[in-house]
Design a protein around this ligand. Structure first.
Ligand SMILES: [Zn+2]
Length: 601
């Protein structure tokens, strides 16, 4: 059993010291009971049932759930704020919203939690860390079978540094996955009780359809006229009134969420009317017009937190304006390079974040971690994930949204979701251990080879000085980490990997999914090169082009793999695997029979 004690926030508040063995179950028989408060909350019952279920799966023994009105006895597992003397020494208030305490007293196991999901998070951590259960994806889990569980010393209190933690992968919105990794969900895919509007809400709060003809002055002025399909003119007092009125009506309909985004639309067409321009110039940024507007909205909703985007033209914090006490700044790093850490590669972003840190203690960081137009392309940025998350924490970020793939699948989607989820809870974890654990659980006998592939990909990216952009493509890397010789090496690694797991169909599928990224890179490079050893075409004896049979086979294999694993799109928002196949096939058919000069016209 593991003895490590992790204090994510190092507070020790025990007046006692317990470190004794606790027999949960011996030889399949349990004298234990799970104890919940007589007036239990739903989360406590949920946590108790999860624990009961997993103990049953591990041991085949059923531990009963009982209320705390029963007489205390040894062997109890105390879930939540139960009426037992052991709980009197636990400072529940220090566990905040999501924190928890696991404590083995020798006679009892305490699972105490913060005000929201703390007890449930405590149970999942207990299952993973002390009973060696694993959940590698929504569908891939490992539950060890045992006859006996004897717990060693446990004194483990964890309170996260980020109050909101979201990993934007379809697979991560699985209900148990969310709870296992203590993740939040803003609601676009799952359901959220915390967020009313999430972002880009101006047009919802003041409709261009409703006002563009009667009141064009409500919208951005530039190039000599007003433009309804743009942003709002934020110095117009009527705009403030309408936005507040419509926001009130939305909150009246759905009063539970605490956070409401009042934020710019997804374009950079901000207002350059004389009044807006004056404010922008006085404060050195377009946030100089936006933030006073948001502060005024926030004043009218003192019980809510009004969130606004610091995005593209509003990233830079304003001079001499402090955000209101119930204002949240959602700072986005969409422009940042991804081959290096933010701290090394984006001084402008770092300056903005640092500046915001001086204006507010309520920042949600919107981070981007994949290549959006090429969701399956190799994107070796894994080594930047931990330093970036650590940098957010160091700079007073309180919440993080990791934007990955809104579609299903993606390059190393399960691995990325796993790493990000764990980092958001504990930015200082041993990332190599976590990665190794995932690789061995998810890729079985191929794990060492997959690790080698990942390492070579990253080493070569670093050594060749290649750049990574979230809007880039694999063709840009065709002479660096996706060179012809490296692609050959990657395919050899995958040939060996597939052989090593040939007897395990599920694991073979995981390996093939990882390999699909190499195939995608080959296909994109082949389309770009057209001819030559990496091209989509070969020439016949008459100098006429015909399809390169190797690339046709790769295309078929790639598309088939995507379809069999439910990859919904190869680009964000568009291009299903079938559409990719059809477009690629059309490209080959249209150019077959041409000469090379005709092709290059
Ligand atoms: Zn204006």
């Amino acid at each position: 059993m593991k003895r490590t004690i992790i204090f994510l926030i190092a507070i020790s508040f025990f007046n006692f010291s317990y470190a004794q063995e606790f027999s949960l179950v011996k030889q399949g028989k349990s004298g234990s009971r799970i104890i919940i408060p007589m007036k239990e909350m739903a989360i406590e019952m949920n946590a108790a049932r999860v624990l009961q279920d997993y103990i049953h799966r591990i041991l085949g023994a059923r531990v009963r759930i009982r209320s705390d009105k029963r007489k205390p006895k040894n062997g109890e597992i105390l879930i939540g704020n139960v009426n037992r003397p052991e709980l009197q020494d636990v400072a529940i208030d220090k566990l905040a919203k999501d924190g928890f305490l696991l404590l083995n007293t020798g006679n009892k196991l305490i699972v105490a939690g913060g005000t929201e999901k703390g007890v449930l998070y405590g149970v999942y951590t207990f299952l993973e860390k002390y009973l060696d259960c694993r959940k590698y994806s929504s569908e891939v889990a490992y539950v060890p079978k045992q006859k006996t569980i004897v717990l060693d010393s446990i004194e483990d209190m964890q309170v996260p540094c980020f109050t909101f933690r979201e990993v934007y992968y379809r697979d991560a919105y699985d209900e148990e996955y969310l709870d296992w990794y203590k993740l939040d969900c803003h609601g676009e895919i799952g359901s959220s009780r915390e967020w009313g509007f999430w972002c880009h809400s101006f047009s919802q709060l003041l409709s261009p359809e409703e006002y563009s003809e009667s009141h064009p002055e409500y919208f951005s002025f530039y190039n000599g006229k007003r433009h309804p399909e743009s942003q709002l003119c934020l110095t117009n007092p009527e705009v403030l009134k309408i936005v507040c009125k419509n926001l009130k009506s939305e909150i009246d309909k759905n009063s539970e969420p605490l956070y409401w985004s009042v934020s710019q639309n997804d374009n950079t067409k901000y207002c350059r009317c004389p009044d807006c321009t004056v404010l922008d110039e006085q404060t050195g940024t377009s946030m100089g017009t936006l933030l006073p507007f948001i502060n005024k909205v926030a004043e009218q909703f003192p019980d809510k937190i009004i969130s606004t985007l610091a995005y593209q033209y509003t990233c830079k914090p304003p001079i001499n304006i402090v955000s209101g006490k119930n204002v949240n700044i959602m700072l986005c790093n969409i422009e940042s390079p991804r081959h290096v850490t933010l701290e090394k590669g984006d001084t402008l972003f770092c300056k903005d974040l640092n500046g915001w840190g001086h204006l507010t203690d309520n920042i949600i960081l919107w981070d981007y971690v994949i290549q959006f137009p090429n969701l399956l392309a190799p994107f070796p940025n894994l080594r930047t994930l931990q330093p970036n998350v650590q940098y957010f924490r160091k700079n007073k970020v309180t919440a993080v949204f990791e934007q990955a793939n809104r579609e299903t699948g993606g390059e190393f989607a399960e691995l990325r979701a796993y790493l990000l989820a764990k980092l958001l809870w504990d930015p200082d974890l041993n990332i190599n251990e976590v990665m190794e654990d995932f690789l061995s659980g998810y890729y079985g006998n191929a794990s060492e080879m997959i690790k080698k592939y990942i390492n070579v990909l990253h080493d070569e990216m670093e050594q060749t000085g290649a750049k990574l952009s979230i809007f880039g493509n694999p063709v840009q890397a065709k002479e660096s980490f996706l060179s012809d010789s490296l692609i050959t090496a990657y395919n050899q690694i995958f040939d060996s990997s597939e052989k090593a797991v040939a007897a395990s169909p599920d694991i073979l599928m995981h390996v093939k999914s990882a390999r699909a990224s190499v195939y995608y890179a080959m296909l994109e490079i082949a389309r770009d090169e057209k001819t030559g050893v990496r091209g989509a075409f070969i020439t016949d004896d008459n100098g006429l082009l015909k399809p390169n049979p190797k690339m046709v086979a790769i295309l078929n294999e790639f598309v088939s793999q995507c379809k069999s694993t439910g990859v919904s799109r190869v680009r964000e928002w568009d291009t299903t695997p079938q559409e990719y196949f059809e477009k690629y096939t059309k490209f080959i058919e249209e150019n077959s029979g041409k000469t090379v000069p005709e092709l290059n016209k």
